[in-house]
Design a protein around this ligand. Structure first.
Ligand code: KIV
Ligand code: ZN
Length: 535
């Protein structure tokens, strides 16, 4: 052990290094809020089946706490939190509530079946929120926060409290609130930078002040919840960890309200890759990062930019000759992480026409899809049809087939086929065939600005549902001239917006499938949702 005199002359970084060498890594809890804050991304609403699918993927990923939703927001939110609570084993399931008896009791009702339930109560504390949103004094806010935690604690032992807009809250008042809610029974205190206003140094100062000034802080885990309005969410979360936070709230692909939240994959890989500096560990199974990212992107329709750290298509691509030369000599010259550590396969070409069911199941599993025997059967049948149309089946194709399976919902209209004749400058003639509740139905029209528009108009005529097309995107799932085209659409009808996705080697068929999928969802309908920041 170094003497006290030596320690007094050592720099902070030398002390940190010494500390790192002597102790084991500090565990950091990963709290994922993709299903709650992530779902608040404009256009990202998910149905119950999709939420359950993501929750199961988060368990496999090793997430400690899954925030499953905001049960009082809508009957749909309540039902999915309850379903996830019943299904998830091995991770804590959390439900959000405002500091009101009705919210807290409803959250508890939804969490009842959970193996490890947590109630997360929140109340804004910053002066701007107190004055303009809540119209409450400091004392009233303090009393309501304590009452909320006390009520939640009557139901369960694991209680998180968030002083919303904490990063803009006066530090003396924040310390008082944190001390009071811990005394009332909060076991985690989460410090949100609700509007993404903080900087890393400021975040560090806030957490350090709580560590130094709140007398009972050792009775709770300090958490951080950073939004990305200034692109600093990951940096701010890491600064909070350095100052003593033991939990990070984040989302897959960084999706969330406005510019989003701290990206799980980035913060986790920063802690892992720079273990020499942070000396912290998480339970995240990092090879599952890319499959989970793909799953969330496909379900929410929010694409991952090519240059996104860790999970973007270009994250491990080396274009410059000098870099490629260095990579061939020694990958560590230009790579600080190995692609396989985040779940990126170096080889992509996998299966073909003669591949069997076992090879397909194997590949699907490696890509992060656990298929039941019935699901495997359906995916295998679709795989055979695809293999007849396309010589080489890539990972992207298999992922598309699996996701189609998971997003299958009861459909009133099932795509059967189309025929089309068109000429530039003239309206196309389209015949569209579907099964409506099992009965064949078709329509022929001559209308539209081009083939895609003609197909969309035929679907509107056939289903009787007129929509506004808010978004239409086409992209190739893999490479090559015979690559499958993926079409995603966002349709609006009677104030409701739904997304649909279709994949095929024929991009017009993909468009028809996407349009029909979104129309089927509009028919099933969904109740209006309530988001905490919009209350
Ligand atoms: O950003 C925020 O403040 C939140 C709270 C509800 C934790 O999402
Ligand atoms: Zn938030």
């Amino acid at each position: 052990m170094p003497s006290a005199a030596l320690v007094a002359t050592m720099s902070t970084s030398a002390l940190r290094l010494m500390d790192a060498c002597m102790s084991s890594p500090r565990p950091i809890r990963i709290f994922d809020t993709t299903l709650r804050d992530g779902e608040q991304s404009p256009g990202a609403s998910m149905n119950q089946t999709e939420k359950l699918e993501i929750a199961q993927a988060l368990v496999q990923l090793g997430v400690d706490i899954i925030e499953a939703g905001f049960p009082i927001a809508s009957p749909g939110d309540f039902a999915s939190v309850r379903e996830i609570a019943a299904a998830v084993k091995g991770s804590t399931v959390c439900g959000l509530a405002r500091c009101s008896d009705a919210d807290i009791d409803r959250a508890w009702e939804a969490l009842q079946p959970a193996e490890r339930p947590r109630i997360h109560v929140f109340l804004a504390t910053s002066s701007i929120h107190r004055e303009f949103k809540l119209r409450m004094t400091e004392e009233e806010v303090l009393a309501r926060a304590v009452a909320g935690v006390t009520r939640a604690r009557r139901h369960c032992d694991d209680i998180e409290f968030s002083p919303e807009d904490a990063a803009r809250t006066e530090i003396d008042f924040l310390c008082r609130v944190v001390e009071a809610v811990i005394a009332a029974g909060a076991t985690t205190v989460n410090i949100p930078d609700t509007v993404g206003y903080s900087t890393p140094t400021q975040m560090h100062r806030v957490i350090k002040s709580l560590v130094d000034r709140v007398p009972n802080i050792d009775k709770a885990v300090i958490s951080t919840h950073c939004h990305d309005d200034l692109g600093l969410a990951v940096a701010n979360s890491l600064a909070a960890v350095e100052a003593g936070a033991g939990q990070i709230e984040c989302t897959i692909n960084g999706i969330g309200e406005r510019a989003g939240n701290c990206a799980l994959e980035e913060v986790v890989m920063a802690l892992r890759t720079r273990g020499d500096y942070y000396h912290c560990s998480t339970r995240i199974v990092t090879p599952k990062l890319v499959p989970t990212s793909r799953l969330v992107a496909n379900i929410t329709g929010i694409r991952v930019p090519r240059n996104k750290a860790i999970v973007g298509k270009n994250a491990f691509a080396h274009e410059s000759g000098i870099h490629q030369d260095g990579m061939l000599k020694e990958p560590r010259t230009y790579e600080i992480m190995r692609p396989e550590d985040v779940g990126l396969e170096r080889t992509d070409l996998v299966l073909g026409k003669h591949s069997g069911r076992a090879a397909l199941a194997d590949r699907a599993k490696a890509l992060g899809y656990q298929l039941s025997p019935e699901q495997l059967q359906t995916v295998f049948e679709r795989f055979k049809v695809l293999a007849d149309r396309k010589k080489e089946i890539y990972d992207g194709d298999i992922a598309a087939l699996c996701e189609q399976q998971f997003s299958d919902l009861p459909e009133q209209f099932v795509y059967e086929g189309y025929s089309l004749s068109s000429e530039s400058g003239a309206a196309p003639t389209v015949t569209l065939r579907v099964l409506q509740n099992g009965e064949p139905k078709s329509v022929t029209i001559t209308a539209g600005d081009g083939p895609v528009d003609g197909i969309f108009l035929a679907i509107e005529k056939l289903t009787g549902i007129t929509v506004i097309c808010r978004d239409f995107r086409v992209q190739a799932v893999t490479v090559g001239k015979d690559a499958q085209g993926e079409v995603t659409v966002e349709l609006e009808h009677a104030g409701q917006i739904q997304r649909g996705r279709g994949v095929s080697t024929d991009s017009l068929e993909a468009a028809a499938r996407a349009f029909l999928a979104a129309t089927n969802r509009l028919i099933i309908g969904s109740s209006p949702r309530l988001h905490p920041q919009r209350l």
